[in-house]
Design a protein around this ligand. Structure first.
Ligand SMILES: Nc1ncnc2c1ncn2[C@@H]1O[C@H](COP(=O)(O)OP(=O)(O)OP(=O)(O)O)[C@@H](O)[C@H]1O
Ligand SMILES: [Mg+2]
Length: 236
């Protein structure tokens, strides 16, 4: 699969609470899909945390990545695939592909995968039938073990592998903010280490920015972290 026209969109789980915000992002995605094939990767941080809480499982993060034990993975799988189905319904002209992510297990994070590839053949087929393919960050390793993937990493990994035209991370903040909480409009990948070392970029922004670095290096045309008003940071 080649990504010359492809737009990859990470739909932040942070945007799934409020109906008005949800409407805006769905509208944004549909706009892109009018001109380009689109792959959407929905996250689900908050919903997973809430579902785990209900089962009395506490959430632990390691460098912005969720530790997922044997009990949690079943809950994570269910929550993320439910979200995937919901997003498909909202987008209308979209289809879901289940377990389309392939990776290796990162044992120190429990049942978490490191992205190695996606089922591009299947994704390509779906994109011939519909404008939008929705890929959830649930996948498998070679032995068939179900793994939880970070949605930022999956979106970045897919965009990088097909050299997508554009990669957009829609999230709950207008891009990367500086220490005064002001948007940094452009960040060159050479300056990212400094921002991490100074603890300006932390938590959920870490996997996002690392995915941006990878995508830029691999030649994705345009990489942005944006809020639903399309305001944010361009990564060069
Ligand atoms: N320098 C920074 N600028 C902006 N946000 C930052 C920064 N450093 C850390 N963050 C945090 O990153 C968060 C965005 O990542 P988060 O994982 O919470 O959302 P998401 O990726 O959109 O949702 P999900 O993980 O559910 O898909 C921001 O709300 C903010 O708290
Ligand atoms: Mg996140």
């Amino acid at each position: 699969m080649k990504g010359k026209n492809l737009v990859v969109i990470k739909y932040g789980g942070s945007l799934m609470d409020a109906k008005s915000v949800e409407k805006k992002i769905i509208k944004n995605i549909k706009k892109f899909a009018k001109k380009n094939p689109v792959i959407v990767v929905p996250g689900g941080g908050k919903e997973i945390t809430n579902a785990l809480k209900k089962s009395k499982i506490e959430t632990k993060f390691v460098h912005g990545l969720r530790y997922t034990d044997g009990k949690s993975i079943k809950i994570v799988e269910k929550v993320l695939e439910n979200i995937q189905d919901k997003v498909v319904k909202k987008l209308k002209n979209a289809l879901a592909i289940k377990k389309a992510v392939i990776g290796e297990r990162v044992k120190k994070l429990g049942y978490v995968g490191k992205f190695t590839s996606a089922k591009f053949l299947e994704i390509g087929k779906v994109l011939k039938k519909s404008k939008i393919a929705v890929v959830s960050p649930v996948g498998k390793n070679k032995t068939g073990q179900i793994l939880n993937f970070n949605a930022d990493e999956v979106a970045g990994g897919i965009a990088a592998q097909v050299k997508a035209k554009r990669l957009i991370f829609f999230t709950d903040v207008p891009g990367v903010l500086d220490k005064n909480k002001k948007t940094i409009p452009i960040i060159k990948i050479g300056n990212i280490k400094k921002l991490i070392d100074r603890k300006i970029i932390t938590g959920g922004m870490l996997p996002k920015i690392m995915s941006c670095v990878q995508a830029v290096k691999k030649g994705v045309g345009e990489v942005d972290i944006l809020d639903t008003n399309m305001k944010g940071t361009k990564i060069l």
